[in-house]
Design a protein around this ligand. Structure first.
Ligand code: SAM
Ligand code: SF4
Length: 431
């Protein structure tokens, strides 16, 4: 979502003739768009400002603005501690960024915009065309969260759940497709909690799938407790909806899920997976995991390993629990750092093994790849298959924006390498 927000910030700043520079030293305005989900984000802001200060020693000070969730959560402290920062702007206030820059050009004192006016934000953004011209583009349809998992800052930094109207979403989706997008990823902190005048995520998927030149649809991130029947049906009925579901589970232990206030059990999670497989047998899953949550015992952790073994997620994002100030889990007794690190290594070793085995099975199979860009200085093209795997092939012809059948020849942990399949030989698909 920060990538989407950064692109929209560019759309807004273009209005006042600010454009991105190629090198750090060329800029006269810096916007640091930040994430607060795990610790060290604030340290990174100070570090980056240090780099800018060094670059501009003995030169005219540039405008420095911190946006995003660090600005929301720690804006006052940032402004107090670092006088080099001219403004902090939270994620629901960035529609004011161009006006803020104009004010700062006139040397106004430090400014703080951290209201939660998400309606005003999207009203304002709607009047600025989304100029993103990537083959695969993001579209925010929902923001914020009412779930209040005990470890998470999102309900405090992004605010309560908010859904944009179907009309706004269709307008922006059409803009993106007219700019050249062939794939749209619908975004939300809880994208499947989308609800606008009784329209659900499945309605959005079905509506945008009618856009002729749009070939692929994805959505992220969904929450297990909002995974309703209509969304499962959309996977059955909508060919354009890709067969990969990112469904964070966090832990394999019901006891830990309860302690986290996750609002779903492992049994409920497995039921969703089963239903999806029943309706779309080629579907695959990826997930998020928090390792070493306070109260997690080694037995609890083993249940997480067991779940990983059982479901064989083709991709997973795993992090040690990070205590975030202001969240209910902040003051809980942590498990030892050594133990948490050992568990993370054990988990990631298993996750990597599953991933590489899955990738090896793809060798000599065909997969459909949407090509996004050319590899710099080489006659190679980068794209993604239906399961979001990165694929590279050699080609003398321009493949950007095209979907091609690719036979996979070799793989590594990050990328699949293949060749274009001639039209005569298109069987043996990866699933
Ligand atoms: N809303 C999605 C869900 O709950 O299913 C997840 C969105 S959250 C912004 C992205 C991921 O960050 C979470 O799934 C979780 O694994 C991770 N995360 C959030 N807070 C964390 C924390 N305090 N420590 C470690 N990981 C955290
Ligand atoms: Fe954070 Fe996701 Fe839980 Fe909301 S549902 S509080 S975004 S982890």
């Amino acid at each position: 979502m920060n990538e989407y927000d950064s692109n929209r910030i560019l759309d807004l700043t273009k209005k006042i003739n600010y454009t991105p520079t190629k090198t750090l030293s060329e800029a006269n305005c810096y916007i640091l768009n930040t994430c607060h989900i795990r610790e060290k984000a604030t340290d990174k802001v100070y570090h980056d400002i240090g780099r800018i200060k060094k670059e501009f020693r003995n030169k005219i000070k540039p405008i420095v603005i911190v946006t995003g969730c660090v600005a929301q959560a720690e804006g006052d402290i940032l402004l107090k501690k670092e006088k080099y920062i001219d403004a902090v702007i939270g994620p629901q206030s960035y529609h004011q960024i161009h006006d803020t820059i104009l004010k700062l050009e006139k040397k106004k004192p430090q400014l703080n915009f951290t209201e939660f006016d998400v309606i005003e934000k999207f009203d304002k953004l709607n009047s600025f065309k989304n100029s993103d011209n990537k083959i695969s583009s993001f579209l925010t349809i929902q923001e914020g969260c009412d779930k209040f998992c005990k470890f998470c800052v999102v309900p405090y930094t992004r605010g309560p759940e908010y859904s944009r109207s179907l009309k706004e979403i269709l307008l922006e989706a059409n803009q993106l497709v007219n700019n050249g997008a062939k794939e749209i990823t619908l975004l939300g902190q809880n994208v499947n909690a989308y609800n606008f005048e009784s329209k659900k995520l499945s309605d959005i998927i079905l509506e945008i799938s009618k856009i002729k030149n749009l070939k692929r649809i994805r959505y992220t991130t969904s929450h297990p407790s909002d995974f309703s029947k209509d969304l499962i049906d959309a996977h059955k009925n909508c060919e354009k909806l890709m067969p990969l579901v990112h469904l964070p589970v966090q832990s394999g232990s019901n006891k830990v899920l309860r302690a986290m206030n996750r609002k779903h059990t492992i049994e409920e999670y497995l039921k969703i997976v089963e239903k999806l497989i029943e309706f779309r047998p080629n579907i695959k899953f990826s997930s998020d995991f928090i390792i070493g949550y306070p109260t997690e015992t080694y037995e609890d952790f083993q249940q997480t390993l067991k779940l990983m073994e059982n479901l064989k997620f083709i991709n997973s994002y795993s992090f040690i629990f990070s205590a975030r100030p202001g969240t209910p889990a902040y003051n809980l007794k942590m498990i030892s750092e050594k133990e948490a690190k050992e568990r993370l290594i054990e988990f990631q070793t298993l996750a990597d093994k599953i991933k590489i085995n899955y990738r090896k099975e793809l060798i000599n199979k065909n997969t459909k790849v949407l090509f996004e860009n050319k590899v710099k200085n080489e006659s190679k093209y980068f794209g993604r298959d239906e399961y979001f795997n990165s694929v590279i092939v050699e080609s003398k012809n321009n493949l950007i924006g095209k979907i091609k059948d690719i036979k996979i020849l070799t793989v590594n942990q990050n990328t699949l390498f293949g060749e274009i399949v001639s039209n005569l030989n298109q069987t043996n698909y990866a699933a």
